[in-house]
Design a protein around this ligand. Structure first.
Ligand code: 5RP
Length: 236
């Protein structure tokens, strides 16, 4: 039985559980970050306990690593395992070509590295995350703290040069101080509303000195498991 959940959490829960059917004993599994990914980690913990599933997990954040260890999931690093069979992670938005915005939870850098080092990336999401065009969700850009205001200004200038209409940028805060990622970096959120040329934006942002990585995942995701609050699930 599923726990008592709000409709949106129920949709996340359903998607997360279904995605675990892709995981088999012997696999090296990238473990995503966020509330949806946490349901997936819990389900894998259950399968280890109840079915004797044998996997090695590579977490994409300290949060996920802590949760996985608590649940008895053997945890390793990407440098130890080198390559993964599958990564399962949430997303903030996905479009019909399975391009994504990620990083709402601030873990986009490790998430992109781990997903790229996987045979298969499966995204788990509630149906509300599906969009026609990416960009309503603010695009996270991870930047090094040194000179972040200059980097922010360069990002804005770059957006002007690309004729992007909405180009408000904000430094992500945690209470009254800048939010700091697991890598010790800051996040600048770009409020673009609509990203017509996501591939180009992703490439150009990463050329700016000070930018470490952006939250556009282009041609990385292989499948999306979409959960709905009525309990139905679709794999696309
Ligand atoms: C973290 C992420 C998350 O996967 C994304 O923010 C979705 O989170 P949630 O499952 O809580 O809605 O990219 O960096």
């Amino acid at each position: 039985m599923s726990p008592e959940l709000s409709p949106i959490d129920r949709a996340k829960y359903i998607a997360a559980r279904r995605s675990c059917d892709f995981v088999e004993s012997g696999m090296r599994v990238g473990l995503g970050t966020g509330s949806t990914a946490a349901w997936m980690v819990r389900r894998l913990g259950e399968r280890i306990r109840d079915e004797g599933l044998e996997i090695v997990g590579v977490p994409t954040s300290t949060r996920t690593a802590d949760l996985a260890r608590q649940l008895g999931i053997p945890v390793s690093t990407l440098d130890e395992v080198k390559w993964l069979d599958i990564t399962i992670d949430g997303a903030d938005e996905f479009d019909e070509t399975l391009n994504l915005i990620k990083g709402g939870g601030g873990a986009l850098l490790q998430e992109k590295i781990v997903a790229t080092a996987s045979d298969r990336m499966v995204v788990i999401a509630d149906v509300e995350k599906e969009v026609r065009t990416l960009g309503a969700f603010p695009l996270p850009v991870e930047t090094i703290p040194f000179g972040w205001q200059t980097t922010k200004a360069l990002i804005e200038e770059t957006l002007v040069n690309m004729d992007v209409l909405n180009r408000e940028t904000t430094l992500r805060m945690n209470d009254d101080v800048p939010y700091v990622t697991d890598e010790g970096n800051y996040i600048i959120d770009l409020h673009l509303k609509r990203i017509g040329n996501a591939r180009q934006v992703a490439l150009v942002l990463n050329q700016i000195p000070g930018v470490v990585e952006n939250g556009l995942f282009i041609d990385i995701c292989d499948a999306v498991v979409i959960g709905r609050s009525d309990g139905s699930v679709e794999v696309r």
